[in-house]
Design a protein around this ligand. Structure first.
Ligand code: HEC
Length: 759
C-alpha cells in the first residue's frame, strides 16, 4: 500500500464533520431558585412534573430508553434506582460539566430536584392526589415535525438489527440524485425502529464513493465506527445528527451546509439490540435554503485529524495516558459549538481558551466520556475569541481493567485506528472566521497542522503501524453456499478468518479468527440462525485448527506454547477451562482435521506426515504416511485424505483399521483414488456416508461431489462439479467439515474484495 493511500485512508477514516446544530428538547421546567426540598412531596404534585420535563422524552413507549416513566407505578417501581442515577447524574444523560461553557438544551436536574427525588423515596413514595397530576407533555404525531421536506430520502431496503449481541455500527448510503449544488438549512431523521437506534450521524460523500464497501457482507450498508469520515469538504459545517429524545430543529443562527450535486447522503447509525429482532428503514427529510452561506465557517480540531499525529499508543493497564494540543488563532473567530469524539478508553476531555490578555475561558469539560452519548454542544451564546487566543485541549485515556468501558479484558495495547478497540480523540469547534481578510491565514494554519500531524505520525510509528496492519489484513467473510453455489448467508463481519467448519448438527460454524493488530489467533463459533458469535479462546497463544467433537459439545484445537504445539479441548459454548490432550514435541506445526464419529481418534498432520491420535490409553499418535487432511467416514471405518504420491495431489480413501495395523508392520494398505484431477483438500462426508466432497484446483477452486459406497471394498463414482468458488480459499488441505451433515450447505472463509479508500 502506498504511503499516500494509507494517508488517504486515515483521513477518510477519521475526519468527522460534526454538526453545528444543537439538539433541541421539549421545553423544560425552570429550576426552583433555592436548593430546598418542599416539605410535602407527592408524586402527582412534585415528582411527576420533574419526570415529565426531564425524562419522558426518552422514557416512554417506543423510545430508546428501556422503560417508560409515566405512571406512578412506572416510577415507584424503580424509585431507588431513579434516586441513585439522578444523584450520580447518570440520568438524564449529559456529559459536559455544568458551568464549563454554557450550552443550549443542557439535560440536567437541579440539586434541588435531585434532593427532592431522594426525599420522596425516603418518605415512602407518597402518591398524592391523582387529580393534581400534570398533563403529560404532548408528543407530536408521527410525521415531519419541521414541515414538508424539500427532499425526502429513504433507505432502499430495511436493515435487520439482531435481537441480541453487541452494539452494531452501520453506515448507509442514499443517493441524493441532486443535479445542482444545494444548501441545507435543516435535516430531520425519522427512524422506523426508534427503540434500537441509539444515535445517528449524517454526512455527505461523493456519489458512488462507498460502492466498493456497500453490502460487501450481504446486508445493506457497511460496518465500522468511523466511515462517516469525510475529508471531502471543509467549507461547510456538517449535516448534524440525531440522538434519542431530540426534537428536530433547523440549523442554528440560519447557518447552511452545502450538499453538492450528485452527492450521496451517508447515515451512520449506532444500534443497541433490544432483545427482539427489529428492522430499520430510516426516512430523512432535507430542507433547503434559498441561497448559499455568507459565512466563512470552519471545523477546528485539536489535536488535528482526530489525534493521528498525537502518538496514541496506550499500554495495557495504563490508567492515565494523556495527549495535549494547542492552537493559536490567526484571526478573530466566533465560536458556535463544540463536539468531542473518541472511542471507549477515553476518560476525560477538556478544552480552555487563554485570551491575549491572559484571561481564561472554559470551553468544554467532559469528565466521564461515554462513547454512547456523543452529543454535540451548542453554546447558548456564540462568542468571539480574538486573534492570538490560544486553545488548549487535554485528553486522558484509561486502558486498565478498572475502566468498566474497556472493550478488551484483560486490556491490550491500544493504538490509533478506526476499530472499536483502537483509540483516537479530539475536541472540535465550529467557528466562523469573523474577517474575510483572515480566511487565508486560517486555511494555511490548518494545512500546516494537518501536515505536522502526518509527519508526527510518521515519526512516532502510527503511520507505520497502520501500513503494516493494512498489509496484514487479508479480508475474508464466512460465507455459506448451497449446492448450486448460491450464497445462502454470510456470517460475522468482514475480517481475517480461516478453517471454517460445520458443527455435527449443522447449526454452528467454528472458525479461526485472526487479529491483524496483535497477530493474535483465536477460535470462535457462530450460530448460523442468529449470527451470534462466541469466543472459545481469547488468549495470548495462537490457536488454530479447530475441530468439533462428534456430539458437538467440545472443540479441540491446536495452541502453540513455548515452541511446542499442544492439542487442547474445551466446551463448545466457551464455558469451563481448556484441557491439554496431547503435546507434539517435534516442533512442526500440527493441523487437526477430524475427530472420529465414534470419539476414539483425532486425525492430524504435521510436516509431511499424517497421524491418528487414539484418545484412550497413553495417547501415542499412530503415523500413517506422507498424507494430509484426513477425514473419517461417519461409520469411523474409512479415512479419506489427500496425498501427492502420484506426483500431483489426489483424494484417496483407505480402511482405518488396516491403515493403523499397516503402520505397525510397515506395509502400505490399498487406497481407492476418489478424485481425478488436482484435488487440493477440503474433504467432507455427508452424515449418511454416501457422498464425499472435496476441493479441486481445476480452473480456480471448485467444490466437487462424488457418490461413494462405504461397504468393503470401498467404491467411488465419478466426481462431478457442484460449483466454482467465487474467491480464493487459503490452505484447503487444512480444512475440516466444509459441508453440512445433509450435504446441502458449504462453508468457506471466502476472500472478499479488499476495502479500498473512496476516491
Ligand atoms: C436523552 C434520553 C434520556 C433521558 C432524557 C433520560 N434517560 Fe434514562 N435512560 C436512557 C437510556 C437510553 C437508558 C438505557 C441505557 C443507558 O444508556 O444507560 C436509560 C436508563 C435509565 C435508567 C436505568 C439505569 C440502569 O442502571 O439500569 C434509569 C433508572 C433512568 N434511565 C432514569 C431516568 C430518569 C429518572 C430521567 C430523568 C430525570 C432519565 N432517565 C432521562 C435515556 C434517557
Amino acid at each position: 500500500m502506498s504511503r499516500r493511500r494509507v494517508l488517504f485512508l486515515c483521513l477518510v477514516a477519521v475526519v468527522l464533520l460534526r454538526p453545528l446544530i444543537g439538539y433541541s428538547h421539549a421545553p423544560r421546567q425552570e429550576a426552583p431558585a433555592a436548593a430546598t426540598v418542599p416539605s410535602r412531596i407527592t408524586f402527582s404534585e412534585t415528582i411527576a412534573p420533574i419526570v415529565y420535563a426531564n425524562c419522558v422524552t426518552c422514557h416512554r413507549p417506543g423510545e430508546a430508553a428501556p422503560f417508560a416513566l409515566i405512571s406512578y407505578e412506572d416510577v415507584a417501581k424503580r424509585a431507588t434506582l431513579i434516586a441513585r442515577v439522578t444523584e450520580s447524574r447518570y440520568m438524564p444523560p449529559w456529559h459536559a460539566e455544568h458551568g464549563y461553557g454554557e450550552f443550549l438544551n443542557e439535560r440536567r436536574l437541579t440539586d434541588a430536584q435531585i434532593a427532592t427525588i431522594g426525599a420522596w423515596v425516603k418518605q415512602g413514595m407518597p402518591r398524592g392526589d391523582d387529580a393534581k397530576m400534570p398533563k403529560l407533555p404532548e408528543f407530536p404525531p408521527d410525521g415531519w415535525r419541521l414541515g414538508q421536506p424539500d427532499l425526502i430520502l429513504e433507505m432502499p431496503v430495511a436493515f435487520e438489527v439482531p435481537a441480541s449481541g453487541p452494539d452494531v455500527f452501520r453506515n448507509f448510503v442514499i443517493p441524493t440524485g441532486l443535479t445542482e449544488d444545494k444548501w441545507v438549512r435543516g435535516v430531520e431523521f425519522r427512524p422506523s425502529a426508534r427503540k434500537v437506534v441509539h444515535h445517528a450521524i449524517f454526512a455527505q460523500v461523493p456519489g458512488g464513493s462507498r460502492a466498493n464497501v456497500y453490502g460487501a457482507d450481504g446486508r445493506p450498508g457497511f460496518g465500522g465506527l468511523s466511515a462517516v469520515g469525510i475529508a471531502d469538504r471543509t467549507d461547510s459545517p456538517g449535516l448534524g445528527g440525531w440522538a434519542p429524545g431530540t426534537q428536530p430543529t433547523m440549523f442554528s443562527e440560519g447557518l447552511v451546509s452545502r450538499l453538492p450535486k450528485g452527492s450521496d447522503f451517508l447515515l451512520q447509525v449506532h444500534f443497541h439490540p433490544s432483545g427482539k429482532v427489529e428492522h430499520e428503514k430510516s426516512l430523512i427529510g432535507i430542507y433547503f435554503a434559498e441561497k448559499g452561506g455568507q459565512k466563512d465557517l470552519l471545523s477546528l480540531m485539536l489535536p488535528a485529524v482526530f489525534g493521528f499525529g498525537a502518538g496514541i499508543d496506550i499500554p495495557p493497564g495504563e490508567k492515565k495516558f494523556t495527549i495535549t494540543d494547542s492552537f493559536t488563532l490567526p484571526g478573530d473567530a466566533k465560536v458556535y459549538g463544540a463536539f468531542a469524539h473518541a472511542h471507549y478508553l477515553a476518560k476525560e476531555m477538556k478544552a480552555d481558551a487563554t485570551l491575549p490578555d491572559g484571561s481564561k475561558k472554559p470551553l468544554l469539560w467532559i469528565r466521564d466520556w461515554d462513547f454512547n452519548w456523543q452529543d454535540s454542544y451548542t453554546y447558548k451564546q456564540p462568542f468571539t475569541l480574538p486573534r492570538g487566543t490560544r486553545l488548549d485541549v487535554t485528553l486522558t485515556y484509561d486502558n486498565s481493567s478498572d475502566n468498566p468501558r474497556n472493550p478488551i479484558n484483560p486490556p491490550r495495547r491500544a493504538i490509533f485506528g478506526e476499530q472499536s478497540f483502537d483509540e483516537m480523540g479530539a475536541i472540535g469547534f465550529e467557528v466562523e472566521i469573523v474577517h474575510k481578510a483572515d480566511v487565508d491565514a486560517f486555511q494555511q494554519a490548518l494545512a500546516v497542522r494537518g501536515k505536522e500531524a502526518i509527519a508526527a505520525a510518521g515519526k512516532n510509528g502510527t503511520l507505520g503501524r497502520l501500513m503494516a496492519r493494512g498489509a496484514r489484513r487479508s479480508v475474508q467473510q464466512l460465507t455459506i453456499f448451497d449446492r448450486q453455489g448460491n450464497v445462502v448467508t454470510r456470517l460475522g463481519e468482514v475480517g481475517s478468518y480461516s478453517q471454517a467448519a460445520f458443527s455435527p448438527d449443522g447449526s454452528r460454524i467454528v472458525v479461526v479468527k485472526n487479529d491483524p493488530d496483535t497477530d493474535g489467533r483465536d477460535i470462535w463459533t457462530y450460530d448460523i440462525a442468529t449470527g451470534k458469535s462466541t469466543a472459545i479462546t481469547s488468549d495470548a497463544p495462537q490457536d488454530s485448527a479447530p475441530i468439533w467433537s462428534p456430539d458437538g459439545t467440545q472443540i479441540a484445537y491446536v495452541s502453540d506454547r513455548e515452541n511446542t504445539h499442544g492439542i487442547f479441548r474445551r466446551a463448545a459454548n466457551g464455558s469451563g477451562t481448556e484441557e491439554l490432550i496431547y503435546t507434539h514435541t517435534s516442533g512442526a506445526t500440527i493441523i487437526l482435521t477430524d475427530w472420529s464419529a465414534d470419539g476414539r481418534f483425532i486425525c492430524f498432520w504435521a510436516g509431511e506426515t499424517m497421524y491418528v491420535l487414539p484418545l484412550s490409553g497413553e495417547r501415542k499418535p499412530i503415523e500413517l504416511g506422507r498424507e494430509r487432511g484426513g477425514r473419517f467416514s461417519p461409520d469411523s471405518r474409512w479415512l479419506a485424505f489427500s496425498s501427492n504420491q502420484s506426483g500431483r495431489f489426489q483424494i484417496y480413501v483407505k480402511n482405518l483399521e488396516e491403515a493403523t495395523r499397516a503402520s505397525a508392520n510397515g506395509a502400505a494398505p490399498p487406497a481407492v483414488q476418489v478424485s481425478n484431477d488436482a484435488a487440493v483438500g477440503g474433504i467432507s462426508w455427508t452424515r449418511d456416508g454416501k457422498e464425499l466432497f472435496f476441493l479441486s484446483a481445476q480452473g480456480g477452486q471448485s467444490v466437487m461431489a462424488v457418490d461413494v459406497t462405504s461397504t468393503s471394498p470401498f467404491q467411488a463414482g465419478t466426481p462431478k462439479l457442484l460449483f466454482k468458488l467465487p474467491g480464493g480459499i487459503l490452505a484447503p488441505a487444512q480444512l475440516s467439515t466444509v459441508s453440512s451433515p445433509d450435504g446441502q450447505r458449504f462453508v468457506f472463509a471466502l476472500a472478499v474484495a479488499p476495502r479500498r479508500p473512496a476516491q
